[in-house]
Design a protein around this ligand. Structure first.
Ligand code: G6P
Ligand code: MN
Length: 445
């Protein structure tokens, strides 16, 4: 089996490779190809992978290339985790809206729209390359904004494009721990769109355990989403939202917290990653140690502004979600396990108020034929309304990205619930144009 990782010089690639070292035999994986447009980043990550393989005592063969067509040729699976415009672009995504008093975040709010406008054309080129060079391959897409990107590339790849995110499974895992239960014994009624979902029920053989959890402030305080949203608001909702809904429910609070923080998330990561990638040389032990230290600092500060706005002083739980999700999808598909995973896939009738082709994030049965979404069941009116609004925003963004229409880009921004007016939407697009020449070219004033 051949696996291609597009964005192979990315910082999280060693997580995936580390997990693959454990699973390569069972998966009958014989070749991993890393593709990146930046040879320097590829070389640095290759040193880390060599170091991980040396520690592990096995070597899963991998090679690096900057030639996309050659990387994709004949692949069975393609993982994509690219950041078009790199972290410099993320800094712009976050700071342009923030200067106008609007949420500055890379996937939620206008930052996510701008990120999508840059990313979708590049992802369409990847999808077309796959259709030509590896028509039987599956695209496992981590590239953010993952829901929008997955919906866009479905125009080329159809059901062979699957989007993934670690936040829903992370929420389920944390809730199970708060309940003192093994997540594998429970059923999680999770539904929504990427970074816009809710956990509406947690069932065992006897009952829904969520109402009891919502009454228990001590248990709620034991995990991140409980501390972020607070018991009173969770009881009002009767559900536990994905952490990214903090930006909707506590929008003004986060804007203030982000404005007061010394550096934006993008600027912080830019600096720490610059230091990591700047070092080079052949010392793989040094590369692994530097990567681990950088990763530790990244995870320790994850969503820090939202947590500080919520008065949450605890550190987030250590990671594990990202690579576990990637492996879970790969195993389920390659070995036809028919596991249930929360993935981004075409709706069919999972959320009956959306059309069949809308990409949703819901529990799906995953086997050789790809994911098949399950019926979500009851969705409260307020959640439905937000999902419908955001699906319109997503689709308008996709249309803007594919046509280069500035009017559609402004429309997507203006329809976003966190953007307060059409004039602010226009100012945001103008700000992006000023700071990102490639965006000014793609979306002429
Ligand atoms: C979570 C989300 C990802 C997002 C990441 C950002 O894992 O599910 O979609 O990319 O957080 O983390 P960062 O360390 O880059 O702020
Ligand atoms: Mn995500």
């Amino acid at each position: 089996m051949k696996l291609t990782i597009v964005g192979g010089g990315g910082f999280r690639v060693p997580l995936v490779y580390g997990a693959l070292l454990e699973k390569a035999g069972a998966l009958r994986l014989d070749e991993v190809v890393l593709h990146d447009i930046d040879a320097g980043r590829l070389a640095r990550i290759a040193s880390v992978l060599d170091g991980l393989a040396a520690e592990h005592g096995t070597r899963l063969p991998f090679r690096s290339t900057t030639d996309l067509a050659e990387a994709v040729e004949g692949a069975d699976f393609v993982f994509s985790a690219i950041r078009v415009g790199q972290l410099e672009g993320r800094v712009v995504d976050e700071s342009v809206p923030l200067a106008l008093g609007v949420l500055g975040q890379e996937t939620t709010g206008p930052g996510g729209i701008c990120f999508a406008l840059r990313t979708i054309p590049a992802m369409m080129r990847l999808a077309e390359t796959m259709a030509e060079r590896a028509p039987g391959a599956w695209l496992i897409n981590f590239t953010n904004p993952a829901g929008m990107v997955t919906e866009a590339v479905r125009q080329v790849l159809g059901d062979r494009a699957v989007g993934i995110c670690d936040s829903p499974s992370g929420l389920c895992r944390r809730v199970a721990r708060a309940l003192g239960r093994d997540p594998r014994e429970l059923w999680f009624d999770y539904f929504g769109l990427n970074h816009l979902g809710w956990l509406g029920g947690v069932r065992d053989e006897q009952q829904d355990l969520l109402p009891g959890l919502l009454e228990d402030d001590e248990r709620l305080a034991s995990f991140e989403e409980g501390r972020l949203f607070g018991g009173d608001w969770l009881r009002s909702l009767g559900m536990i939202p994905n952490e990214y809904l903090y930006y909707f429910y506590y929008g003004a609070d986060t804007v203030h917290a982000i404005q007061e923080s010394p550096a934006s998330r993008g600027a912080f990561l830019l600096e720490q990653q610059r230091a990591f990638y700047a070092a080079n040389g052949e010392d793989r032990a040094e590369a692994v140690a530097a990567w681990r230290a950088t990763r530790h600092d990244r995870e320790r500060t994850y969503m820090a502004e939202a947590r500080s706005a919520a008065g949450d002083r605890d550190e987030p739980e250590p990671g594990g979600g990202y690579e576990s999700e990637a492996m879970a999808v790969l195993e389920a598909m390659a070995l036809n396990t028919r596991s249930v995973l929360i993935l981004n896939t075409a709706n069919r009738t999972s959320l009956p108020f959306l059309d069949a082709r809308a990409v949703v994030e819901v529990p799906s049965v995953v086997g050789r034929a790809g994911p098949v979404p399950l019926a979500a069941g009851h969705v409260p009116g307020h959640a439905r309304a937000l999902i419908e609004t955001m699906k319109e925003v997503e689709r308008t963004t996709i249309d803007a990205a594919l046509t280069g229409s500035s009017a559609l880009a402004v429309k997507a921004l203006a329809l976003h619930p966190l953007v307060p007016s059409v004039s602010v939407a226009r100012e945001i697009l103008d700000g992006y144009r000023r700071r990102l020449p490639e965006l000014a070219e793609a979306f002429p004033a």
